[in-house]
Design a protein around this ligand. Structure first.
Ligand code: GAL
Length: 335
């Protein structure tokens, strides 16, 4: 009997030891909406680098290739494989219910990031979180950068008192596309800039789609275009590609402003092709996601992560122009 009791005690203690978080291998699952998205791939490479610097933790990386059904299956797979926490960059931000259902059933927390689900969905279960940024803020900063440049240069080339602009928009229905466009143009007007819209085209965050659309606008409006607002850097870079292949000489290019501060975006600001951008803190978001995922998996407190309403982490956007772009690029390449 004594022997049996000590055997039971040994088994119990072994069980407790196995559950000690720091010694147990933590497995994090990540699925992104599209692995070819520049901003998302920069965020994920910082996340993977952060995780690689921690002990006893591994990551399973998936891309949903823009298919929500594929992503739902990937999440189920990660749950079956024993992931302790799953990070989801939703394909369709209005369709998180299958993922929430599966995660809740298995008791596996989910950190959604970058593509923001509505609050009611996030409130469905206590194990759901969101990491991203405040879309409004990026639109406001983009509008301010554009307004400052317009006031201090001969942006109004035909001197009619109006700035004629084109907007290159991200995906229809994405929070960052709708809100950025609205706030950016709204801020320009609040800053006292009189504007005239020549056109807006959806280019799905994509450089070559933006180049195609911009080439059409250049054919249509020529040098009448005085400002191009890109909902992200890749699309602003697509506009620059279109100008480079056009017959319009560089001194007749419009003011062009992006959002993200990706490496190619920062290089274009340094080269003087892109007039400014707004830093969408991929590093801060990736580091917050690694810290939160680790804390949740290890059962540690999340108090020092300052979650808003116990659920949200939003990193601030920052203004980037020729004056500070090199500092950001240096930080990005020092990782
Ligand atoms: C935005 C970012 C875009 C694109 C998009 C994907 O925040 O500015 O470049 O990555 O997210 O959801």
């Amino acid at each position: 009997m004594k022997k049996l009791l000590s055997l039971m005690l040994a088994v119990f203690l072994a069980g407790c030891t196995a559950r000690t978080p720091t010694e147990q291998k933590i497995r994090i699952g990540v699925t992104v909406y599209d692995q070819y998205d520049t901003f998302i791939s920069e965020l994920i490479s910082t996340f993977n680098a952060d995780i690689a610097g921690r002990e006893n933790i591994t990551v399973d990386n998936y891309s949903a290739s823009k298919n929500q059904l594929t992503q739902n299956k990937q999440v189920q797979q990660m749950i079956n494989d024993g992931c302790n926490v799953i990070c989801v960059n939703l394909v369709d931000r209005t369709e998180p219910s299958r993922i929430i259902e599966a995660a809740r059933k298995a008791g596996v927390p989910v950190i959604f990031f970058n593509r923001e689900l509505v609050e009611e969905d996030l409130m469905q279960w206590e194990g759901l979180y969101y990491i991203g940024a405040d879309a409004e803020e990026s639109g406001i900063i983009q509008g301010q950068i554009a307004a400052d440049i317009i006031r201090n240069t001969a942006a109004d080339r035909n001197e009619d008192g109006l700035i004629s602009y084109i907007v290159l928009e991200g995906e229809a229905g994405h929070q960052d596309a709708i809100v950025r466009t609205e706030k950016s143009v709204g801020t320009l007007m609040e800053e006292g800039i009189q504007v005239e819209k020549l056109g807006s085209a959806i280019a799905n965050w994509n450089r070559s789609q933006a180049q195609t659309r911009m080439a059409q606008y250049i054919d249509q409006f020529g040098t009448d275009i005085e400002l191009v607002l890109g909902n992200n850097d890749d699309m602003a870079l697509g506009a620059i590609d279109a100008y480079k292949s056009s017959r319009i000489s560089e001194e007749d290019w419009p003011v062009i402003v992006g959002i993200d501060g990706t490496e190619p975006g920062l290089k274009a600001v340094i080269d003087g092709d892109l007039d400014g951008t707004v830093y969408n803190d991929s590093r801060g978001q990736a580091e917050a996601m690694a810290a939160l995922a680790y804390a949740l998996a290890a059962g540690e407190s999340t108090e020092n992560l300052s979650l808003k309403d116990g659920k949200y982490i939003r990193l601030p956007y920052l203004r980037i122009t020729a004056e500070n772009a090199a500092d950001y690029l240096e930080q990005a390449s020092s990782q």
